[in-house]
Design a binder for this molecule. Structure first.
Ligand code: C2E
Ligand code: CA
Ligand code: CA
Length: 281
């Protein structure tokens, strides 16, 4: 659900409201967390459906509070988005993802495919400095831009279309790739697949969930994969929990998959062992 700026119900969501009395408290706590570098990045392996091997990961941020423990993105991203702190948090994730991916690349055959995906929020896409931040993260890490994939949502494209288009084309010029997360769950317009420089579509867990059980989910997933094939886009199926779902997405021709069946989000060192072919099956 879309939240409007200044709404107060945020305080009463689990995880935010429990320990803080006011919005100011929650906000200053989050600001302090940025200053104290309390954010860590977990990585969920991405599996190449053809080879069955891990070839990268999605970066997923966590807040490791020394006093309150581990907090998941759903518990702080909405407030971060509302306050603008997401710009700082997003920059941390971007830098970490590029640095880690560059390390992974150095441990494999440089010809081999390897990619890292990073979630962008609406606010980041509208932030003027984004393109420079991405450029800096790539330069600093020496990561091949093609190996970085930025995930955006359909909703983000619908809002400020002109800014979104300008930014996405500038990112495209850097050589990074763009994926649409949870494709088909938002307010869709197929026209933007032509208008914006999109490289990949991610099939949401919502659709993957019913594969093999629900004819509608089968049909939707098939339609997304076929559309992607026609437009020359790659597909990533997320939320694969069962071998049945894995077999279905493989049969439909999905390129990549991720989910608890293969691995939960893990630390960057674990991804490094996985892409090197250690500790995998
Ligand atoms: P998302 O981008 O759709 O990420 C997928 C979420 O599904 C992750 O939750 C992941 O841990 C979880 N997941 C992966 N495989 C499975 C599975 O097989 N079954 C189930 N039930 N869940 C699975 P997480 O890490 O809690 O992230 C939640 C959301 O928070 C993400 O959804 C994304 O929208 C947002 N998020 C995470 N990291 C960042 C970030 O660095 N920046 C921004 N702007 N948003 C982020
Ligand atoms: Ca994502
Ligand atoms: Ca997703």
């Amino acid at each position: 659900a879309k939240r409007s700026g200044g709404s107060t119900h945020l305080f009463y969501e689990p995880g935010i409201g429990e320990h803080t009395d006011t919005r100011q408290d929650a906000e200053s706590e989050l600001t302090a967390a940025v200053q104290n570098e309390e954010f860590v990045v977990a990585y969920q392996p991405l599996i190449d459906m053809r080879s069955g091997r891990p070839i990268g990961a999605e970066a997923l941020v966590r807040w490791q509070s020394p006093t309150k423990g581990l907090r998941m993105p759903d518990q702080f991203i909405p407030l971060a988005e509302e306050t603008g702190l997401i710009t700082d948090i997003g920059a941390i994730v971007l830098r970490d993802a590029c640095m880690q991916a560059a390390r992974w690349v150095r441990s494999i055959d440089p010809e081999d495919e390897l990619l890292v995906t990073v979630n962008l929020s609406a606010r980041q896409l509208q932030h003027e400095g984004l393109v420079e931040e991405v450029r800096a993260a790539l330069t600093e890490s020496a990561l091949d831009p093609h190996r970085l994939v930025l995930e955006i949502t359909e909703t983000m494209l619908m809002h400020d279309r002109d800014t979104a288009a300008t930014t996405l084309w500038a990112l495209k010029d850097l050589g990074v790739r763009i994926a649409i997360d949870d494709f088909g769950t938002g307010y869709s317009s197929l026209a933007y697949l032509r208008r914006f420089p999109i490289d990949m579509l991610k099939v949401a867990r919502e659709f993957v969930d019913g594969l093999g059980r629900d004819a509608n989910d089968d049909a939707i997933t098939r339609a997304i994969v076929d559309l992607a094939g026609t437009l020359g886009l790659l597909t990533i199926a997320e939320g694969i929990e069962t071998t049945q779902q894995q077999e279905h997405v493989a049969a439909l021709g999905c390129d990549l998959a991720q989910g608890y069946l293969f691995s939960r989000p893990v630390d960057a060192d674990m991804v490094m062992s996985l892409v090197r072919g250690e500790s995998w099956e």
